[in-house]
Design a protein around this ligand. Structure first.
Ligand SMILES: NC(=O)c1ccc[n+]([C@@H]2O[C@H](COP(=O)([O-])OP(=O)(O)OC[C@H]3O[C@@H](n4cnc5c(N)ncnc54)[C@H](O)[C@@H]3O)[C@@H](O)[C@H]2O)c1
Length: 321
């Protein structure tokens, strides 16, 4: 029997779906990519563009097609980037504006999940569409798909933004800054300050060891959470970071890496919650998707933020219900 090539589906190939497609093509880990979008001509155009690109020297000869849900029956990974983003015509955006997409994108999420789960119960589903945590909660709790296989890019991108802020402050390569944003992909997400580690040095130790001014946790939270809208208000959309985040998760699944990424997932016993909220916390990501949800120890400051972020996510889910 021939080896089955890895297949990726991307649903919604606007700005975000396109970034996922570019990163998937460059990664070379998928041999087949299926594009689905309700906008006539868009998936066909994206597929043709990439078909030409595969002929450029050093590009993997990936097969990219515009397809439909029947083409996802044997998909290994499906990325959902369908549904509108914040409208830049409305003026400068804040992170909270993502929550206003709840009703529209909740409906789209239900449409898309209905079609997927008629055909496939094995694929890992990675959600990018906002409001991220509410959409993951809908997909994870309302449909017959293994919950460990339903996740969102969550705060993987926010965590990268936080590590970038600390790395720039200390003057080191961000690869050597470890730390997670927990909770909502939105304004109530908070930095897990007690887990920050720069070359073995804790957050409190940074000024003494690296000779830098102390950082304020509230300021890090604000700057990190404003990161997405800082980009959005300049260029009208964001897509580079979320595309990388989705493909980082996909790679961890296909390669069974057991990497620890803060994806959005439905809690089952962690932080005293069971099935009533979906949020980001570090998770072990491997071939079975979310293989373990990690409940990290929280300081008093972090526990206060946890309660706030869970309430914010649950309020957004209520709007989408
Ligand atoms: N998680 C993150 O970090 C992050 C970052 C940026 C954007 N986003 C979110 O990603 C989503 C997409 O953003 P974008 O900038 O690509 O928007 P976009 O408008 O450029 O693209 C959305 C695409 O979805 C398609 N679509 C709509 N309904 C569909 C359906 N039922 N089935 C298939 N396709 C459908 C549209 O035709 C469009 O091509 C938004 O919800 C946005 O808020 C998330």
């Amino acid at each position: 029997m021939p080896i089955k090539p890895h297949k990726l589906g991307i649903i919604g190939v606007g700005r975000v779906g396109e970034a996922v497609l570019f990163d998937a093509m460059a990664s070379g880990i998928f041999a087949r990519i299926v594009l689905i979008d309700t906008k006539e001509g868009l998936p066909e155009g994206q597929a043709l563009d990439q078909h030409h690109a595969t002929a450029v020297p050093n590009m993997p000869n990936t097969t990219v097609i515009a397809g439909d849900y029947d083409d996802l029956t044997d998909a290994d990974v499906i990325v959902i980037a369908a549904g509108p983003s914040i409208d830049p015509a409305k003026g400068p955006a804040t992170g909270a504006d993502r929550r206003e997409l709840a009703a529209t994108n909740g409906r789209i999420m239900r449409e898309v999940m209905t079609e997927i789960t008629k055909r496939n119960h094995d694929a890992a589903i990675i959600i990018c569409s906002n409001p991220l945590d509410a959409n993951v909660h809908i997909a994870s709790t309302e449909f017959d798909h293994p919950q460990g296989l339903v996740m969102g890019t969550g705060t993987l991108l926010d965590s990268a933004r936080m590590c970038r802020i600390i790395a720039d402050h200390v003057g080191v390569n961000p690869e050597f800054v470890r730390g997670y944003m927990i909770g909502e992909h939105g304004p109530s997400g908070f930095p897990h300050i007690s887990g920050v580690n720069v070359g073995g040095v804790s957050f409190e130790g940074l000024p003494r060891v690296f000779g830098v001014d102390p950082l304020d946790p509230d300021d890090i939270a604000t700057r990190t959470n404003n990161g997405g809208t800082d980009v959005f208000n300049l260029k009208g959309w964001t897509n580079a970071g979320v595309g990388q985040a989705a493909m980082t998760i996909a790679r961890a699944i296909v390669r069974d890496e057991r990497s620890l990424y803060p994806v959005c997932t439905t809690l089952h016993g962690q932080y005293g919650h069971d099935g009533d909220v979906s949020m980001s916390t570090p998770c072990i990501i491997g071939a079975r998707g979310v293989e373990q949800i990690v409940e990290v120890p929280l300081s008093e400051w972090e526990q206060g933020h946890l309660a706030t972020t869970i309430q914010a996510i649950q309020d957004t889910v209520a709007i989408a219900s």
